[in-house]
Design a protein around this ligand. Sequence first.
Ligand code: DX5
Ligand code: ZN
Length: 225
Amino acid sequence: MNVHIAPSILSADFAKLGEEVRAVAEHGADAIHIDVMDGHFVPNLTFGAPIVAALRRVTTLPLDVHLMIEQPERYLEQFVEAGADMLTVHVETCPHLHRTVQAIHALGVRAGVALNPHTPFELIREVLPDVERVLIMTVNPGFGGQRLIPRTLGKVAQIRAAIAALDQPIELGVDGGVDRETIADLARSGADVFVAGSAIFGAAEGIAEAMAALRAAARRGHQAG
Ligand code: DX5
Ligand code: ZN
């Protein structure tokens, strides 16, 4: 299994965002994870399409946009126009999830579906064959730097088994509280995409060492899984 590491810019220094993105790109980031929050679906506000457009100008890495917003279908087109390569929407915000996934694909980008910690796999089972990624929230979304909720690991294993049964190359991501301590267990449970904010941008040892340590621990987890 691949180890795909997507640094979340939520924990970056916004005053020097371009430099921060270049630094993680240089040290092997597989994508840049951009957390869009609307102050309604989640209790925090972050940024919109103009930041995606600005980052598009400083990196060739895939821009992985995580939409923690109500009625995400209203904004899909503007994020794609700004340069997003993948749009992930929350099942909790999409009463017509299949339609929203189709709309994302019609715009020519990859589609992901995210689940909050309390949301059961059953709610996305029917749409699983239609998405490129499932993103399991391992914290309640809204803020960086929270501790992982251990019970979410069971859902990682459950969805990995469902993906294996489908025999499709669907990515299984985890987002929230991913750090040197938790990443091996997440990998062992079946995750292959790791979103990490504070463990990378807030690392005392620096970005290079933090990313290398995360990748090594995730590989160990995959070997043990
Ligand atoms: C949480 C966001 C995450 C966040 C993760 O609401 O979706 O992407 O940045 O931050 P850490 O890695 O610090 O838990
Ligand atoms: Zn995120």
